[in-house]
Design a protein around this ligand. Structure first.
Ligand SMILES: [Zn+2]
Length: 428
């Protein structure tokens, strides 16, 4: 069963019923329930009724008998959404060797425990924005078919990159570089149109590109714009023509602005965004996915005396990492819409919720941080009819924590109950 993120509607319909559907009714007794983070309203002593993987009712008081889940002492909220993960790996000193030793099957199998950790941390939906094409599609489909445990995956496949850009490889012999080149490299507008079309044909739910240099590509090539305005326009137009949203990794100001000018839907990282960028974000209705956890992690690595980072990546990490919280603060103050994303793979999988405290450090209220990981991420990924709220008709993606996250957002780092599509994966 396949589903795709499309611009004009939502087609996750098959998901909830395809995996571990629960035939009988389940009643969740929720002591404190925030069903819709858009309003932030918290109701006490509520019952959520679930059938065939979907919520069918929310009622006052504790009702129903039989299959009752007791969350009377807990704070209950919708399953969380991380709009920026890479489920097939965790960055480390072995990266360079892995690229020439691992097969697509190895990558897919490596992703199995990472997907499980992510779901058990309360993230019932993720956008996987850059991993080996066939491997991530296999993982996505295996989860959807109920063969392995993990969040719903909206997969971008490999990132689309200019030759020699962040999505290319560095540091190998020329013949090896050519032999392991990914299918998602392009140069020139026409070539980029071809690559985007083929990429979607091969299975991408959304398109992720790299508009600028990146910290963890081992190139001494900065973090400025790498695709030309012409190429960006061709990529965005083609992705949209095929009904896909397109998001861009971007640090440098010119790259951020050129992608937003071209009509791109969102920016990942956004380190050097300025007032002109904020104006463009607002004009275009684009989202920022800050990935502050990645900034904190690469800064920590670069400052270790025995760092595994190469000199080129350590230099970029120290330039970029410490600036990311400030960029998010400026964007938030400027009214830019923020969607939650962690870049997990830089930080370990399953620690995604550490991003909440960093968003609060950047000036978001705890409720705004929760909105970023529910309603905003759902709107950003075009899945608002199927994720981000607990409401009749929606898939039963529900998590619970012990302490009120509006008082201490770090309580979300200690999720004690996880339900995805009506199936319980973690219990108190
Ligand atoms: Zn990333």
């Amino acid at each position: 069963m396949k589903w795709r993120v499309i611009l004009t509607g939502v087609s996750l319909m098959a998901v909830a019923t395809s995996t571990a559907a629960v035939a009988e009714m389940t009643f969740i007794h929720a002591g404190h329930l925030m069903a819709d983070p858009a309003t932030g309203e918290v109701k006490q002593e509520q019952t959520i009724t679930i059938e065939d993987g979907r919520v069918i009712a929310i009622r006052d008081g504790y009702v129903g008998e039989g299959n009752v889940v007791d969350l009377t002492g807990q704070f209950v909220l919708p399953g969380l959404i991380d709009a920026h993960v890479h489920l097939l790996h965790e960055n480390g000193p072995g990266d360079k060797l892995a690229r020439v030793t691992k097969t697509p099957a190895d990558w897919a199998i490596d992703g199995v425990p990472f997907a499980r950790k992510t779901l058990l941390a309360g993230f019932t939906t993720v956008a996987n924005v850059g991993d080996e094409n066939t491997s991530i599609y296999a993982l996505r489909d295996g989860i959807m078919e109920g063969k392995i445990i993990g969040p719903r995956v909206i997969a971008a496949g490999n990132v689309i990159s200019p030759h020699g850009g962040e999505g290319d490889v560095y540091g190998y012999r020329t013949d090896v570089t050519k032999a392991i080149a990914r299918p998602n490299l392009c140069s020139g507008a026409d070539d980029c149109r071809r690559v985007v079309r083929q990429h979607i044909q091969f299975g991408a739910d959304m398109v992720k590109i790299v508009a600028t240099g990146a910290v963890l590509s081992d190139a001494d090539a900065g973090v400025d714009q790498q695709f030309t305005a012409d190429e960006l326009k061709a990529i965005v137009e083609t992705a949209h023509a095929f009904g896909r949203i397109v998001t861009a990794h971007a640090h440098g100001t010119a790259g951020i602005n050129a992608f937003l000018e071209a009509g791109g839907n969102s920016i990942e990282h956004g380190t050097y965004l300025d007032d002109s960028s904020i104006k463009l974000f607002r004009e275009k209705g684009a989202y920022l996915v800050p990935t502050l956890l990645a900034g904190a992690t690469v800064t920590k690595w670069a400052n270790m005396p025995d760092t595994w980072l190469s000199p080129a990546t350590a230099k970029k990490a120290l330039e970029v990492g410490p600036k990311m919280v400030g960029a998010t603060r400026r964007a938030h103050e400027g009214g830019v819409k923020i969607a939650f994303g962690t870049d997990s793979s830089v930080s370990p999988h399953g620690e995604n919720a550490r991003e909440f405290a960093l968003l609060v450090e950047a000036g978001l209220t705890p409720l705004e941080a929760i909105q970023a990981a529910t309603v905003n991420a759902a709107n950003h990924l075009r899945i608002a009819a199927e994720a981000g709220r607990i409401a009749p008709g929606m898939p039963a993606d529900i998590v619970a924590v012990k302490e009120n996250p509006l008082k201490d957002v770090k309580s979300l780092e200690r999720v004690i109950f996880v339900m995805k599509a009506g199936a319980v994966y973690r219990e108190p």
